[in-house]
Design a protein. Structure first.
Length: 454
C-alpha cells in the first residue's frame, strides 16, 4: 500500500462466535492491505490472543462472569453489554488515541453493528466509526423496516397471520420476520432501533456478503442510508488456511469419518453456537435422521438441548444400531466439513456464517431457522437463491425424513437445487478475483479508510 505513514485500525467485535469469527477474518483482510490492527475485546469469551501474533489486543471489562450464560437471555445480554462496556471502552479509546500520536495514527474504529454504544463515544472523540454487520444485507433491510411494520400493525405478529405474505418485503411472510422469542418485545424493538440508527450515523457499513448475492437488498439500503456500503465477502475465502477462531475445540474425527463415505452422501447437521432445541425436537431430529437411511454427521453442542448436558435423551443403543451410519460430535471443523466431497447437504439453523460457508462450497441446505436474522436467511436460501429446502411443517421425524430424501435422492427437484448451489459457488469465486465485485469493493474500502481524517 502506498502511504507515508502506516495507519492503525481499532476493531471491536460482539463476544459471540458468529461475530468474533468474521471480525477476525476482516482483521486479517485489512492487515494484508497494510493496516496495523488493534482488537478491543471484552473479557467474556474470546480466543487466545497469542494465536494472532500480527495483532495487538486490548481487553475491556464487561462485568460478566463466564458462568453467566449469554445464550439463555440473548436480548438482555446484548443490552447490558452495551451499557457495561461504555465507560471502559471510552477509557481504552482515549489511551489508544493518545498513544497513537507517538506511533501510527488511528484511521478509524470498526465496530460490530450490535455494539451500538461505540457510536456516541467515537463521535465524542472525533474518531470515524465504520460498522461491520456480520449478518446478511437482506435481513438488515427487514430489521430496518421494523418501525414501519409496527406502524402498519404487522408487528406484533398475530398468530393467525403468520403464513401471510408481506407485500412490502417480498418474498418474506410474516413468520419470516427476524423476531426473537422474548417476554419483553419492547426491549427488542428498542435494541433494533439503536442498532439501526447508530449504523445510519456511522461512516459506512462493511458486509460479509457479495453484490451478486444481495444486489436488491443493497440497492434498497443505499436509498435509505446515505453512507457507503462495502460488500466484500465471503470473508473466510480470503485466507482459507488462517488459524481458526473457534471458541470450542473442533473434533477432527469428523474428517476421517467423512473420508469413509461416498461423494455427496452425508447430511451434515449443525445449529451453530447459540440456538437451543427442546428434548422432544432433539428426539424427532434423531429419528428423522435415522429413518432417512442417509449417513449423517451431527454436531450436538453441549447445551444444545435446553436444560440438559449432552446426549442424555438418546435411547440406549441408538447409535450402535445405525452401524456407523451416524457420527455425533460436540463441535466440528465446519468449513472443512462443508468442503469435504462426502458432504451432500447441510441441515442448518441459517446463521449467516453457516449460510455463507455452505454457499461457498456449493452445499445445498435444509433450513431450520430459530430466531432473528436466521428466519430471513432461510427464506432467501429456499425462495430467492433456491439452494435449499425449508423444514416448514415443524420439527417432526416424518417431515425430516421426507425433506432429506427430497434433497439427497435422485429426483428433478433435488438435482435442480444442487445445480443452482454449484452455480452460486462459482459466483463466490468470481467476486473475489481481481476486478470482481468484492475485490473492487475492498479496494474502495481501503481508499475510503485512508481518506478519513480522525
Ligand atoms: C450468531 C447468530 O445466531 C446468527 O443468527 C447470526 O447470523 C450470527 O451470529 P451462530 O448461531 O453461532 O451465530 O451461527 P453462525 O453465524 O452460523 O456461526 C457459527 C460459526 O461457528 C460458523 O463460522 C461455523 O463455521 C462455526 N462452527 C459451527 C464450527 O466451527 N463448528 C461447529 O460445529 C459449528
Amino acid at each position: 500500500m502506498e502511504q507515508t505513514k502506516r495507519r492503525r485500525l481499532l476493531l471491536i467485535p460482539l463476544p459471540f462466535q458468529g461475530h468474533i469469527t468474521p471480525m477476525l477474518q476482516l482483521a486479517h483482510i485489512l492487515h494484508s492491505k497494510g493496516f496495523s490492527i488493534t482488537i478491543i475485546h471484552t473479557s467474556f469469551d474470546f480466543p487466545n490472543p497469542s494465536n494472532y501474533p500480527n495483532f495487538n489486543f486490548c481487553c475491556i471489562q464487561d462485568g460478566f462472569s463466564q458462568t453467566q450464560s449469554s445464550a439463555s437471555d440473548l436480548l438482555n445480554f446484548i443490552i447490558e453489554l452495551n451499557i457495561n462496556c461504555a465507560m471502559p471502552f471510552k477509557k481504552c479509546l482515549e489511551k489508544l488515541l493518545s498513544d497513537s500520536e507517538k506511533e501510527e495514527p488511528i484511521a478509524c474504529l470498526i465496530s460490530d453493528a450490535l455494539c451500538y454504544f461505540t457510536q456516541p463515544i467515537a463521535n465524542s472523540l472525533q474518531l470515524p466509526r465504520i460498522v461491520l454487520r456480520t449478518g446478511g444485507v437482506s435481513s438488515f433491510v427487514a430489521f430496518a423496516a421494523f418501525p414501519f411494520l409496527r406502524q402498519k400493525g404487522y408487528i406484533p405478529i398475530q398468530e393467525s397471520k403468520l403464513e401471510e405474505a408481506l407485500e412490502e418485503l417480498p418474498p418474506l411472510r410474516l413468520k419470516d420476520l427476524p423476531m426473537i422469542n422474548t417476554k419483553e418485545p419492547e426491549k427488542y424493538y428498542e435494541l433494533l432501533c439503536r442498532f439501526i440508527n447508530e449504523t445510519k450515523a456511522s461512516f459506512g457499513v462493511i458486509w460479509n456478503s457479495f453484490e451478486e448475492l444481495e444486489s436488491s437488498a443493497l440497492a434498497t439500503l443505499s436509498q435509505q442510508f446515505s453512507i457507503p456500503m462495502f460488500p466484500i465477502g465471503p470473508f473466510h475465502k480470503y485466507f482459507p488456511n488462517s488459524c481458526s477462531s473457534s471458541l470450542i475445540s473442533q473434533d477432527q474425527s469428523c474428517i476421517s469419518w467423512l473420508d469413509k463415505h461416498k461423494p455427496n452422501s452425508v447430511v451434515y447437521v449443525s445449529f451453530g453456537s447459540i440456538a437451543a432445541i427442546t428434548k422432544t425436537e432433539f428426539l424427532e431430529i434423531a429419528w428423522g435422521l435415522a429413518n432417512s437411511k442417509h449417513p449423517f454427521l451431527w454436531v450436538v453442542r453441549p447445551g444444545l438441548i435446553s436444560g440438559l448436558e449432552w446426549l442424555e435423551p438418546l435411547p440406549s443403543g441408538f447409535m450402535k444400531n445405525l452401524e456407523g451410519r451416524g457420527h455425533i460430535v460436540k463441535w466440528a471443523p465446519q468449513q472443512k466439513v462443508l468442503a469435504h466431497p462426502a458432504t451432500g447437504a447441510f441441515w442448518t439453523h441459517n446463521g449467516w456464517n453457516s449460510t455463507m460457508e455452505s454457499i461457498c462450497e456449493g452445499v445445498p441446505m435444509i433450513c431450520m431457522p430459530c430466531f432473528t436474522d436466521q428466519l430471513v436467511n432461510a427464506r432467501y436460501v429456499s425462495h430467492v437463491w433456491k439452494v435449499g429446502l425449508q423444514l416448514d411443517k415443524g420439527v417432526e421425524r416424518w417431515e425430516i425424513e421426507r425433506t432429506i430424501r427430497r434433497l439427497m435422492e435422485v429426483n428433478d427437484e433435488g438435482m435442480e437445487i444442487r445445480d443452482r448451489a454449484l452455480k452460486l459457488k462459482e459466483g463466490t469465486k468470481i467476486c473475489l478475483q481481481q476486478g470482481g465485485s468484492s475485490s473492487s469493493s475492498l479496494e474502495a474500502l481501503v481508499t475510503y479508510i485512508l481518506s478519513l481524517e480522525s
